[in-house]
Design a protein around this ligand. Structure first.
Ligand code: SF4
Length: 981
C-alpha cells in the first residue's frame, strides 16, 4: 500500500509534546518591505526564549492578521545557517573574494573604523562612501553621511524604482507604493501595469480580493502573466519598455473622444496655463504677470503666478485668483497672443498636439497590443471615470476658498511598479501614466489614486540635494542632505566645469534628477577613479557582488582589482549584513547585523512610514529575542560611530555623547522642534500625537499598542489633498510640508524645460558640457513622450531579438531568503521562461539547457515552456541563483548549480561619444539615473549535449566564514514540539 494510504500518520503533531505559546510579542515583519504587523510566539529554548511560530497581527491596520509565506517563514531566517555571529577582519595576505577571515572583537572593530573614518573625515570626507540596500532607515543613514560630510551616499532606489517615485512626484506630487496607491475600496476598474507579485504584497492582495468580490473589473498589463495577471479578468501582454507608447495612445484616444475631466483639468492642473512659444530664454516656460510684486513662477515664492486665457471674456487673466473665479472659463486649447506680443498656448494644447500622432495603430506596432484593444481600453477607462462616476457626501473647501459640497469619485484606479520604472525611458513613461490619470481626474479622488501622508509634496519637493563642492570640508557636515529633488540646473551636484561631485555621478548633467542616487555605478566608478578615488566603501544590506549590481562577474573582479603597487583600487570595504552573502567574501571588515526580530527599528514619517489613505501611520520593531552571538544592529553601530567621530548632531555642547543608543536617539532626535522619528505618544506625558516634545517612554507606548500608531484624519481631509485647504493647513502645521499652497498637477513640466533651455544654450547660468547638450535637450522634454530604451541603439536587434526581464517571486524578496529552509522548498532554482513557440523555434526542449546571450555576456540555464509570456520576451525569477557556498548553501546546492542570475547579461554602462572620443555612460535613464536593467536584449540557443548540465557562470565555492551559524541539518528539526536537550 502506498504510504499515503496507510493508517499510520506520516506526522502526528498531537503525539508530540505540547508547547506553550502564551508568550506573544508583537513587532513588525521585515521579510519584505510591506511591514505587516506580526505576533511572534515564543517558547523556552536552550538559550532563552526562541521563536515557535509567527502569525499576522489581527489588530494591525496594514495586514489585519493576514500573513504570507515569507512572513510566516521568518522563523527560518532567525535560525538560518547563514547567520553571521561575530565581527570579522580579512586575514592579512589573503585575497578579497577568498572569504578568509579572522574573528575580532567589537572593541577592535570600533577602533579600526574610528581610526580610519576619523582620518578620512579630517582630510577629504568624500573618500568615504556609504551605500545601502533595501533598508528602512534612510533617515539615519542619510543623516550619518551628511554629518560625516560626504555626498557619496544613497540607498538602492536608483537600482530599483526611482523612475516610479520621481516620475510621479514631479507630476502629481506623490507616487505609488509607500506614498500612495489605488483606492480599490471605491474603484470600479483597476488597471495594473508592470507590477510583479511581490510588490505591496499583503495589503494589495487583501484589497484585490475585496475589489473582486465587490464585482470590480481587473485588467493586468504585463509581458508576463504574473500571479496578479492570473487572477485578473484580463491579461494584456505587452512588450517590455513600451508602456509609454501605450499611455501616449490612450491619451490620444481619450482626448480625441473627449473623454477627459475638463473641470478638473481647468482648476487643479496646469493644463490651462499659458506657455510661451516664442524662441528665447522664456521659451517653453509659463507666461506670467510681470507685476514685480509677484515674481516669475517657479521661484518658490510665487509658484502660481501664471496666466490663462478666459474664453468667457476673451482675455488673459491671472491663473489665480481671477482664472478660477466663477464665470471664468479657462481655455484648454488654442493659440493666443499676449499684450506684449508673445505667442502663447495652454499647456493642454501642447499636450494635445504631442499625442496627435500617437494613434492606437502607432502604439500597436510598438507595444504588440492590437489597435482595437487600445481603443477599447481607453473606452473602458473613460466609462469607469465618467459613466460609473459618483459623488461621496463629503464636503471640502479648496485652496482658493471654493466650497465643494461633495467629493467627486473617478473610479478608475491604476497601480504600476518596476516594470515601468527599470527602463531607460521609465521617467517619461511614468510621467505619461501620471498625466493619463490626471486627464481622467483620478488624482486623490475616491476610486482613483490616493496619497498617503506625508504626501502629496510640492512639485518639486522642497528638498534640495547637496550641490556645493566648496562645502565638502574636513570635519564639517554638509550644508544639505546628499539626496533631494533638483528643480533647476543650479541645484545639480557639479563642479564649476560641469563635472560630477558624486562618485556615482548622480545629480550631474549625465542624470540630473537622480533623486535616489546611482548605487549601480559606485563600484565601477570607484575602481576607475572617476571622478576621483575613494578610500572606504561601506555597504549595508547591499549584495553588490551579486544581485544588487549589473555586470556581476566584472564587478566582482573590480572589487578585487589592484594598483601596480598591490593596493586595492577601493582600499577598504566594510560590509554589514546579518547573513553570509556573496558580498561578504569581498569585505575587509564584516559587521554582523541582527535580524528584524532582534532589534529596534522605526518606519516613521522622516523616512518611509506605513501610512494609510485616511491618515498617517508609523510603526516600530522591538526585539522579541536576544541577538545571536556578537551580532549588533547597524543602527547601534552608526550611533556609536557618530558619537566617537563627534558629529555635531550627535555631540553635546560640552563635547559629550548626545545619544547613548539608537533607542535614545529615536526618542530624542528632533530635526525641528516637536518633530521626531515617531509621531505617536509624544510629549513628556505621552499625550501628544503627530508633534510634541520627546517622550522618554515612547518605545514602551508603541510596545503596548502593537508597535503601531495610526492617526485618523477627519473625512474632510481624506481626498483632493493637493488642493484641500483644511488638509494643506494641517499638513503644514504638522511639519509634513513647508508651505500650505496648493499643488497643481504638472501636465507640462517647466522644471524639465529649465534643463532643456540650459542644454540648448538659451539661458544664462549653468549649461551642460557640449557632449551632453543634445542628450539633455532631447530627454528633458516638458511633455511626455515615448522613446525606445537607450540600449536598443547600441544593440544589433536582429542578432539579439528578445527582451529579457526578471521579477521577484512571491516567496522571496531581493536575495534575502535563499538561506531560508522553508522558502527554499518553493524556489531552490529558477528557469528561463520562454514562450513555447519561441523556444521551439530555437530548438530548445522544455526543461532543456540553453545559452542566453546578450552582447555583454552569457549565462547557461534551464528553460521552461510557457504560454504565460509574450513571444518576444523571456523572463526568470530574480536572485534565486546564488554563488556556490554563499548563504551557507551546501556546495553544489541547486541555487548554484541549477539556479542562475540574469544580471550577468546586463551592462552597467553603455557606449557614449564623449568630448575626448568614445567613452561610456551609465546604462540608466538619462533623467533620473534609474538603472535600465530591464532593457537588455538577448538571444537563446540550445546548450550542446556534451556541455555540463549546470548553470554558467560558476565561481569558486565560498568557504564558511568563521563563526557562521551553520547547523543546516538541525534547522528542519526546529519545529514545535522539539524537546529541550
Ligand atoms: S507581505 Fe509577507 S513578508 Fe511582507 S511584510 Fe507582510 S507578512 Fe511580511
Amino acid at each position: 500500500m502506498f504510504k499515503f494510504l496507510s493508517d499510520e500518520p506520516l506526522h502526528n503533531p498531537l503525539a508530540r509534546e505540547q508547547v506553550s505559546d502564551t508568550v506573544i510579542k508583537c513587532t513588525t515583519c521585515y521579510m519584505c518591505a510591506c511591514r505587516c504587523g506580526i505576533r511572534v510566539h515564543l517558547r523556552e529554548g536552550d538559550n532563552g526564549p526562541e521563536v515557535r511560530y509567527i502569525d499576522g497581527n489581527p489588530e494591525h491596520p496594514l495586514n489585519k492578521g493576514v500573513i504570507c509565506a515569507k512572513g510566516a517563514s521568518g522563523i527560518m531566517k532567525q535560525v538560518s545557517p547563514a547567520r553571521l555571529t561575530q565581527p570579522l577582519l580579512r586575514k592579512a595576505g589573503s585575497e578579497r573574494g577568498a572569504g578568509e577571515f579572522e574573528p575580532i572583537s567589537w572593541a577592535r572593530t570600533y577602533e579600526i573604523l574610528t581610526e580610519r573614518l576619523a582620518k578620512i573625515r579630517a582630510t577629504d570626507p568624500k573618500k568615504f562612501a556609504l551605500f545601502t540596500g533595501r533598508d528602512q532607515m534612510q533617515a539615519l543613514t542619510g543623516l550619518f553621511a551628511r554629518q560625516f560630510g560626504t555626498p557619496n551616499y544613497a540607498a538602492h532606489g536608483g537600482f530599483c524604482s526611482v523612475n516610479m517615485a520621481a516620475g510621479m512626484i514631479y507630476t502629481v506630487g506623490g507616487s505609488f507604493w509607500e506614498f500612495g496607491g489605488p483606492d480599490l475600496d471605491r474603484a470600479r476598474l483597476f488597471v495594473m501595469i508592470g507590477t510583479a507579485e511581490d510588490h505591496h504584497s499583503n495589503p494589495m492582495k487583501i484589497a484585490i480580493a475585496k475589489f473582486k468580490r465587490d464585482g470590480g473589473r481587473f485588467i493586468s498589463i504585463n509581458p508576463v502573466r504574473t500571479g496578479y495577471s492570473a487572477i485578473a479578468d484580463e491579461w494584456i501582454p505587452i512588450k517590455p519598455g513600451t508602456d509609454g507608447a501605450l499611455f501616449m495612445a490612450l491619451m490620444h484616444e481619450l482626448i480625441h473622444t473627449d473623454r477627459i475631466d475638463h473641470a478638473f483639468l481647468q482648476r487643479f492642473t496646469n493644463a490651462p496655463q499659458l506657455v510661451v512659444l516664442d524662441e528665447g530664454e522664456r521659451e517653453g516656460l509659463f507666461a506670467f504677470d510681470p507685476n514685480p510684486e509677484k515674481g516669475p513662477p517657479g521661484d518658490g515664492r510665487h509658484p502660481h503666478n501664471k496666466l490663462v486665457w478666459d474664453k468667457a471674456s476673451s482675455q488673459v487673466l491671472n491663473a489665480y485668483p481671477e482664472g478660477i473665479a466663477d464665470g471664468c472659463d479657462p481655455a484648454l486649447e488654442g493659440h493666443y497672443t499676449l499684450a506684449d506680443g508673445s505667442k502663447v498656448a495652454p499647456s493642454f494644447q501642447l499636450l494635445r498636439e504631442r499625442v496627435a500622432s500617437c494613434t492606437p495603430e502607432w502604439a500597436a506596432t510598438i507595444t504588440g497590443i492590437a489597435a482595437e484593444r487600445i481603443r477599447q481600453l481607453a473606452g473602458e477607462m473613460g466609462h469607469a471615470a465618467f459613466e460609473q462616476a459618483y459623488t461621496l457626501p463629503i464636503p471640502w473647501t479648496d485652496a482658493w476658498g471654493r466650497h465643494h459640497p461633495h467629493t467627486q469619485a473617478r473610479p478608475v484606479a491604476f497601480h504600476a511598479m518596476r516594470g515601468l520604472a527599470a527602463h531607460s525611458n521609465g521617467f517619461q513613461t511614468v510621467r505619461a501614466l501620471a498625466i493619463l490619470m490626471s486627464l481622467l481626474g483620478t488624482i486623490d479622488a475616491p476610486g482613483g489614486f490616493r496619497h498617503k501622508a506625508p504626501y502629496p509634496r510640492h512639485i518639486v519637493p522642497n528638498y534640495r540635494a547637496f550641490n556645493d563642492p566648496a562645502q565638502i570640508q574636513p570635519n564639517t557636515p554638509l550644508n544639505a542632505a546628499p539626496l533631494g529633488f533638483p528643480a533647476h540646473p543650479d541645484e545639480l551636484a557639479i563642479h564649476p566645469d560641469g563635472s560630477p561631485i558624486r562618485i556615482d555621478h548622480a545629480y550631474s548633467w549625465e542624470h540630473p534628477l537622480s533623486a535616489h542616487g546611482m548605487m549601480h555605478n559606485v563600484i565601477t566608478n570607484a575602481t576607475r577613479g572617476d571622478p576621483y578615488r575613494i578610500d572606504t566603501l561601506m555597504m549595508f544590506m547591499a549584495n553588490m557582488a551579486w544581485n544588487s549590481t549589473m555586470n556581476t562577474s566584472n564587478v566582482r573582479e573590480m572589487l578585487n582589482r589592484k594598483h601596480g603597487d598591490g593596493e586595492y583600487m577601493i582600499p577598504f570595504i566594510v560590509v554589514c549584513d546579518a547573513f553570509q552573502s556573496e558580498t561578504v567574501a569581498f569585505a575587509d571588515l564584516v559587521l554582523p547585523d541582527t535580524t528584524y526580530l532582534e532589534r529596534h527599528d522605526v518606519m516613521g514619517m522622516l523616512d518611509r512610514p506605513i501610512s494609510e489613505f485616511d491618515g498617517p501611520v508609523d510603526s516600530v520593531r522591538i526585539p522579541v529575542v536576544k541577538p545571536l552571538g556578537e551580532c549588533k544592529p547597524f543602527q547601534e553601530v552608526l550611533i556609536e560611530l557618530a558619537g566617537r567621530l563627534k558629529f555635531p548632531a550627535f555631540t553635546t555642547p560640552e563635547g559629550g555623547r548626545k545619544f547613548s543608543s539608537y533607542t535614545d536617539f529615536i526618542v530624542n532626535f528632533q530635526p525641528a522642534p516637536g518633530v521626531g522619528f515617531l509621531m505617536g505618544w509624544r510629549g513628556k506625558d505621552g499625550q501628544s500625537h503627530l508633534k510634541g516634545e520627546p517622550n522618554p517612554k515612547q518605545w514602551e507606548a508603541y510596545e503596548k499598542h502593537n508597535c503601531v500608531f495610526q492617526y485618523h484624519m477627519p473625512q474632510t481631509m481624506h481626498y483632493m489633498r493637493n488642493w484641500n485647504r483644511e488638509y494643506l493647513d494641517f499638513a503644514k502645521d504638522k511639519s509634513w510640508r513647508q508651505r500650505n499652497d496648493p499643488i497643481q498637477l504638472a501636465l507640462y513640466s517647466d522644471t524639465l524645460q529649465f534643463f532643456r533651455l540650459a542644454a540648448q544654450g538659451k539661458t544664462r547660468g549653468r549649461q551642460p558640457p557640449d557632449e551632453l547638450r543634445e542628450r539633455v535637450a532631447t530627454y528633458f522634454d516638458p511633455l511626455p513622450f515615448w522613446y525606445a530604451p537607450l540600449e536598443e541603439a547600441a544593440t544589433d536587434l536582429k542578432a539579439y531579438p528578445l527582451n529579457a526581464i526578471t521579477q521577484r517571486p512571491m516567496a522571496m524578496y531581493h536575495s534575502w531568503d535563499s538561506q531560508n529552509a522553508w522558502l527554499r522548498q518553493i524556489h531552490s532554482h529558477n528557469y528561463l521562461h520562454v514562450n513555447v513557440a519561441t523556444a521551439k523555434a530555437a530548438g530548445i526542449a522544455d526543461g532543456g539547457w540553453c545559452w542566453v546571450e546578450s552582447q555583454w555576456g552569457k549565462v547557461r540555464c534551464m528553460v521552461r515552456y510557457s504560454e504565460a509570456v509574450e513571444p518576444g520576451t523571456v523572463w526568470t525569477w530574480n536572485a534565486i541563483g546564488k554563488a556556490d557556498g554563499a548563504w551557507q548553501l551546501a556546495p553544489g546546492a541547486d541555487e548554484a548549480r541549477k539556479g542562475f542570475l540574469l544580471n550577468h547579461l546586463i551592462s552597467e554602462e553603455l557606449p557614449f561619444q564623449g568630448a575626448k572620443g568614445s567613452t561610456t555612460i551609465s546604462n540608466s535613464d538619462p533623467i533620473t539615473g534609474q538603472a535600465g536593467w530591464y532593457d537588455v536584449r538577448v538571444r537563446i540557443r540550445p546548450a550542446a549535449p556534451e556541455e555540463p548540465r549546470e548553470s554558467f557562470p560558476q565561481f569558486a565555492s565560498m568557504p564558511a566564514a568563521p563563526g557562521v551559524l551553520g547547523k543546516a541539518a538541525q534547522v528542519l528539526t526546529y519545529f514545535a514540539g522539539r524537546k529541550k536537550s
